[in-house]
Design a binder for this molecule. Structure first.
Ligand code: ZN
Length: 195
């Protein structure tokens, strides 16, 4: 599993208990912690000096207050994940595992909607795919929120870019349960593993 990585998409408070709270979000966070627990078994586990069995990458929706996707600007969504607010923060139980070089921000451009973490950048200006290549990863496990939007777009972009992609279904949350189920079925047809 040395060539693998876990990608945690948008496990942020606005999608968990905030303005866009999604179904199954707390359960998805708990399931993600279980996966991480297996990766970090045998290490300190106190947040300092954790060495997971393979890298854990975080994607964060990170909008300016007047982002084009918000209803006030004519977009489809309520205001969410505004930079500097609690809603944009990673769930506190996951924060110890999020390191700066492996955290990728998306949606920072006011005029552009960005569901996919694939195009996100870390604070050093490296893209998610660039860092995955540097880490010599070829298999990615993807979990996060929401299945139908950011998880799906991230997974599809990774598949298109040549990675083997598995979506962890217990560690997902959704805007709509039927949309979630349909998105999983469609991703499987496309060649994304669901387990
Ligand atoms: Zn957003």
């Amino acid at each position: 599993m040395k060539d693998s990585a876990l990608i945690v998409v948008d496990m942020l408070y606005d999608f968990i208990d905030g303005s866009m709270a999604c179904g199954h979000a707390e359960e998805a966070v708990a399931a993600t912690l279980k996966v991480i627990g297996r990766l970090t078994a045998g290490t300190a586990g106190d947040g300092a000096g954790i060495v997971p069995a393979y890298p854990i990458l975080f994607v964060r929706d990170h909008h300016p207050a007047d982002h084009c996707s918000f209803t006030a600007q004519g977009g489809p969504w309520p205001s969410h994940c505004v930079q500097g607010t609690r809603g944009a923060d990673i769930h506190e139980a996951l924060q110890p595992y999020a390191v700066e070089e492996l955290t990728f921000f998306k949606g920072e451009d006011r005029d552009r909607e960005q569901y996919s973490g694939f195009e996100g950048f870390n604070t050093a200006g490296q893209s998610l795919s660039e860092v995955l290549r540097l880490l010599e990863v070829d298999e990615v496990l993807v979990c996060g929120i929401a299945t139908e939007y950011c998880v799906r777009n991230t997974a599809e972009d990774l598949l298109r870019d040549g990675f083997r992609v598995t979506v962890l279904k217990d560690a997902l949350a959704w805007v709509d349960p039927e949309g979630h189920a349909a998105a999983l079925a469609e991703m499987e047809v496309e060649g994304i593993k669901v387990k």
